[in-house]
Design a protein around this ligand. Sequence first.
Ligand code: NAG
Ligand code: NAG
Ligand code: NAG
Length: 257
Amino acid sequence: MGKLGSLFKYAGSIAVILAVFAMGLQYYLDHKTYLFDQAELQKIAERCVAPDVTRFNHSGHGGTGWLGMCGCAGFCSLRSFGGCLESAADQLDRETAFANITTELRRLYPDHILPEVEFIFINAGGWMGTFGLLHASLTEYVLIFGTELNTSGNSGRYWADIWDTMLSGEFRQWPEGTVRSVVHKAGDTIYHARGEVTGVQWTSGTYMLELGRGVIPSTILFAVADTIFSTTDFMTLAKTLRIYGVAVVRELLRGKI
Ligand SMILES: *[C@@H]1O[C@H](CO)[C@@H](O)[C@H](O)[C@H]1NC(C)=O
Ligand SMILES: *[C@@H]1O[C@H](CO)[C@@H](O)[C@H](O)[C@H]1NC(C)=O
Ligand SMILES: *[C@@H]1O[C@H](CO)[C@@H](O)[C@H](O)[C@H]1NC(C)=O
């Protein structure tokens, strides 16, 4: 056998080893117990930022969100305001809603929510948004994602399953291989399976509570690619890597992978 032959054999062995490793890792991920539960997160989102009245009467989609923040004390009166759409969009309500979600998560998952929620820009897949990391480990993350721009692009293809519960705004999703797109609104939960890719578009003022499960470090490359090669904003890159690194180490110290 020549040099080329042994090279192929070598590459082949590496491919087999990687494939077996990947299968083992996937088996582990499918059978491990996770800390966060999608149904629980959805309940928290609904409790703290319930979608608008139309959803409460069970006909069709919720509206722009923020309207009937009923589970959280003091917000029911918002529903009776005519101008609650405008007031709902205002900064204070948004921040209060996020603070409420964070408080609720801290109560339910003590020690596993980062002490401070910092919103960091994310440029990826051609779109621009912001994320506030609440929890991250090697196999799980929870964050609030959103954008103040009408923005669109590629969802990314991940080795992770992702659930988004819409808090406000509008999320258009265009599944691969189709000639139709679907619009999701406040109160909806969207599941993005590992290995899938979609076209995505968010309207300004869209926010969602996101849960990810899988090989989380593998998603970082997509998350920072546009930052490295397009915006070259190395401050944002440093912030992103720092917050993720800090979160992972915090969880490892608590014995969570
Ligand atoms: C329920 O929602 C629909 C819109 O989806 C609206 O037309 C209808 O008036 C609502 N009914 C009540 C009782 O609020
Ligand atoms: C949500 O925030 C409001 C205003 O700060 C507060 O009164 C309320 O108790 C909070 N609710 C929850 C569930 O944290
Ligand atoms: C985003 O798009 C919607 C309609 O698609 C429009 O009503 C809204 O004004 C746009 N927002 C901004 C900030 O341009």
